[in-house]
Design a protein around this ligand. Structure first.
Ligand SMILES: [Zn+2]
Length: 359
């Protein structure tokens, strides 16, 4: 399969747009605008969880899901000399912050530019003077030289801070960008809806295409929306770590590599029969897959769906990704296509009478 021009245009826009945890609405509006022509109904809830529905031939509810939020920072303190101190909004990494360009999303005066400053190497030459970026010491410089000027410009405690980095293509193999985690999942489920619509497929169930909020602070949006929908089955999409880049111990973290296909996970929240069912589709349609195991939690919205109400059979299709939670996350183009392909074929052929009980 190939992604057409419109799909790629949407992907680039969607990734370049901002969708910080708790303020995902701009991304959600963009996503909904794109998916609208391929669906029958849609709604959103008070926190911004967004649901698109393709009506089928029964009341059986099948969810495919992604999370829409991106990690960011909150303005926490403004010093008298005009430096801004931040706290993470999601798992933002202080190690990569220094020298990054940022945008401060003020509540009333739009975007203000800034940079994460850092003492020059000349001040850090001896071991004694070694300074490591930490949540306590990283700071933003806006060029407004004091607190009064910053407040006048509209910056205040609680403003969100995001990175400026944008989408790009690396040597025709990889996409590079900010927060593919997990807006690439939003793209994948939207493309699945598009394929179902273009191929005029009527499903034997209602398909709920869910873009959840607030995953990065503990799978929170999915909890809300799983309870509301109470589906019969859920397949979650997210990203997972490519473990083959330098300094990652594969003995501890498994062997997952970009370009070798979607990843199926083995964990208590993943329903084994559903997982096997998906694996069989990968064999049937000759889509390469990889496997990983997780102790306790998958750390994804799968857990929110699985542990809702009486337990919802749930599975996870993950896309391998390099450099998670940096501004240069890398994903292989073939993996994106294979994730779309796998999910599309699972839905297209899914038998709602398939027995998901162990005994
Ligand atoms: Zn994440």
């Amino acid at each position: 399969m190939n992604l057409d021009k419109n799909s790629l245009f949407f992907l680039e826009n969607y990734i370049n747009n901002f969708s910080p945890v708790s303020q995902e609405y701009k991304g959600q509006i963009l996503w909904l605008e794109y998916i609208k022509k391929y669906i029958d109904q849609h709604y959103s809830d008070y926190y911004g969880n967004t649901v698109a529905i393709i009506k089928g031939n029964s009341n059986f509810k099948f969810v495919i899901e992604a999370h829409a939020d991106e990690i960011s920072w909150y303005v926490n303190h403004i010093s008298d000399d005009g430096f801004i101190y931040v706290i993470p909004n999601g798992g933002s990494d202080c190690m990569i912050a220094p020298s990054k360009k940022v945008l401060i999303h003020t509540k009333e005066k739009g975007l203000i530019k800034g940079v994460f400053g850092w003492p020059a190497i000349h001040f850090r030459r001896s071991n004694k003077e070694k300074i490591i970026p930490s949540y306590e010491n990283i700071f933003i410089d806006t060029g407004f030289n004091n607190k009064k000027n910053l407040l006048k410009a509209g910056v205040s405690v609680g403003d969100i801070v995001t990175y400026e980095e944008n989408f790009s293509v690396l040597n025709n193999n990889y996409y590079v960008g900010r927060a593919f985690d997990n807006r690439i999942g939003g793209f994948i489920i939207a493309e699945v809806a598009k394929l179902l619509s273009l191929e005029k497929i009527t499903l034997p169930f209602d398909l709920y295409i869910v873009n959840s909020v607030q995953e990065e602070i503990g799978l929170k949006g999915a909890k809300m929306i799983a309870n509301k929908i109470n589906p019969d089955i859920a397949i979650i999409t997210d990203v997972t770590h490519d473990t083959t880049t330098p300094m990652i111990d594969q003995k501890r973290h498994g062997n997952i590599i970009c370009g070798k296909g979607p990843v199926l996970t083995f964990a208590p929240s993943i329903h084994n029969i559903l997982n096997k069912y998906i694996e069989n589709f990968s064999l049937k349609y000759k889509i390469p897959i990889q496997k990983q195991a997780c102790s306790y939690s998958t750390g994804t919205d799968t857990d929110s769906f699985a542990y809702t109400k009486n337990g919802i059979p749930s599975s996870l299709i993950s896309l391998p990704l390099r450099y998670m939670h940096t501004t240069v996350e890398m994903i292989h183009i073939s993996d994106v296509k294979n994730c779309i392909n796998l999910l599309f074929n699972v839905l297209k052929d899914f038998d709602i009478n398939f027995n998901l009980k162990y005994f």
